[in-house]
Design a binder for this molecule. Sequence first.
Ligand code: C2O
Ligand code: CU
Ligand code: CU
Length: 459
Amino acid sequence: MSRLRISVGSSLVRMALLVLFLAFGMAGYAADLKIEIAEAQWELKPGLRTTVWAYGGRVPGTPIRVRQGERVKIEVVNRLPEATNIHWHGLVLPNNQDGPFVEIRPGASHVYDFIAGASGTYWYHPHRMPVLPQLDRGLYAPFIVEAPEDGAYSGDHTYVLDDWFLDVRGRRLEGVAAGDMERYGNVETVNGKTEEAIAPLILRSGELHKLRFINASTAAFHTIAVSGHTFRVTHTDGHALAQPYDSDKITLAPGERLDAELFAAGKEGQRFEMASGRRDLGMVIPIVYDKGRVPAMASPFRAPRPRALLSGPPGRPDFTLELSSAMGMMGGGGMMHGGMMGGGSAMRWTINGKAYPETLPLEVAVGKPVTMRIYNRDMMSMMMGHKMDHPIHLHGTIFQVLSINGSPPKGELWKDTLPVPSGGYVDIAFEMTNPGDWLFHCHIIDHEDGGMMTVIRAK
Ligand code: C2O
Ligand code: CU
Ligand code: CU
């Protein structure tokens, strides 16, 4: 104690500390960013413009790219007519940096300051209730934390998928389409562009590219098939798979991310594509072969260290949750949270029979692994012929998937967003590393806003 006081008191030491602070403290920011949130005009394709809300005037918003372990400082300025905030989906952060409980009023600004931990493909979006009107207007952007091996690829490409509900002149339509319970679009975009405005992926024979897909849609699942090639899926939600797998088709639920390697097996002059099953809505990424070839590139991917919390389904889970839905006026009584949903369907979406904020917080101890079984018993939806997988998402940590409908995944699987199959269930295990109230919700934003959300209280 006294020794410390003497050292710090010496001016020489003070000077040295100041120099160290300047060298490692201030210069230690990988990114010192400023993001303005404002209304903007955005061209989805030539002749189709729409009014958006955007991070940094573009859709997707200002991309953030840092290296693992770097410190990030981001000043956010709100020029919207209403309050907002930013949530860093998938990043494990101290509770006060996570976002949902921050309020940035119109004209105000807020500084986020945190360390970007584990490498991976993440994204950011608003998290102020109701989330739908803000996220759906174009407020989303990639947040990439680079791993050392990422630089070894011939190219590293991010594809943010979204859908828009517009009239033919590009004006935003409100609510949901006739017959829908969620807000689905009639124009689908890749990186804010549709149809011929989507930038082609340019390859040379022999190259190996890294592709990062992010589903920023509020309700739509996207399935993308590649022609003449095979995706080698290496990461889910940013986390390296113990067993990467090959597929010519990938599906992403809202909020999910998936990284894949694409080996350029084609030849100069050939053309292929990566296209959604609903290709008439415009989500087609052309693949174009450039001149020349390179010696076939090998994958720099390395399997992650095992770090399983549990090796199989839990005997008896610590928590059991049931996802369901009800008509607004049935069950619970009184006013429904959030009022009439979407186009006027009075659905409310529940966890263990309650809609947020009436859902009961689940208490967990920091540093202690817990297991959870989540059932999707959405009887109302099933009866109405509306089978829904609910992509549940956990803030504050990542979870290990122990089973889907009782079958363990092939190899250790870590995620932060996972579709719970209609009529089925999943088992997960996680450990909270930071204290605080952490949200747990369906990432179909209509369902989240409509009540399918609860709090995990870590102490
Ligand atoms: Cu991507 Cu709680 O959200
Ligand atoms: Cu999140
Ligand atoms: Cu849902």
